[in-house]
Write a protein that binds this ligand. Structure first.
Ligand code: DX5
Ligand code: ZN
Length: 217
């Protein structure tokens, strides 16, 4: 099974984004957190900054949209250079239509769930997706503590994905670090977002490798 590390630039230096993105050029993906002050109580960046990031790296970019009305706004992120667009199912009016639109644009379609959102009602949608993102903190901020209570949901989601077959990635986001990534991998995650763990490290690139090693252990 492939394992992917996706550093979140939310914990990078926003005045030096190009430098920090280059620091993690051994990562599998770059995770860009888009927040709108409505879906979550924080405001980060939007299309122009995502486009600029995609323009300075060969690493594929995943746009994690923590915004209202992704049906309206998400396709523009694929247009701007996101290789994967992750929308929150709690905010999407028509997740199947949106996933099909994103795939039609050539992007990977990914659906995110907040901690209190169950996966089971979305079982029949899994074939429309390239990735499921399970939040392991309440979305909005980097540097929060990993929620161990999410481990059973990771296991249940892994079981559903295995049952359905296909190659849908299972990503976790929030509080992923050297001390929590093994639990996530053991529960069935294969794609790992890490913000503060990577950019808070003295050597972010070495931390990416360390996280990948831990996940594979
Ligand atoms: C939180 C964001 C995460 C965040 C993770 O709402 O979606 O991607 O950057 O940061 P850490 O890894 O520090 O929990
Ligand atoms: Zn995120």
């Amino acid at each position: 099974m492939g394992l992917r590390i996706s550093p979140s630039i939310l914990s990078a230096d926003f005045a030096n984004l190009e430098r920090d993105v280059r620091r993690i050029d051994n990562a599998d993906w770059v995770h860009v957190d888009v927040m709108d002050n409505h879906f979550v109580p924080n405001l980060t960046l939007g299309l122009p900054v995502l486009e600029a990031i995609a323009g300075v790296t060969d690493t594929p970019v995943d746009a994690h949209l923590m915004i209202e009305d992704p049906d309206r706004w998400a396709p523009a992120y694929a247009e701007a250079g996101a290789d994967s667009v992750t929308f929150h199912v709690e905010a999407a009016a028509a997740p199947v239509r949106l996933a099909r639109e994103l795939r039609g644009q050539g992007a990977r379609a990914s659906m995110a769930l907040k901690p209190a959102t169950p996966i089971e009602p979305y079982e029949d949608l899994l074939g429309e997706l390239d990735m499921v993102l399970l939040m392991t903190v309440e979305p909005g901020f980097g540097g929060q503590a990993f929620l161990d209570i999410m481990l059973p949901k990771i296991r249940r989601t892994r079981a559903l994905l295995d049952k359905h077959g296909g190659d849908v990635w299972l990503q976790v986001d929030g509080g992923v670090s050297e001390s929590t990534i093994e639990r996530c991998a053991e529960a069935g995650a294969d794609t790992f977002v890490a913000g503060s763990a990577v950019f808070g490290a003295d050597d972010p690139s070495a931390m990416v490798d360390a996280l990948r090693d831990r996940a594979a252990a």
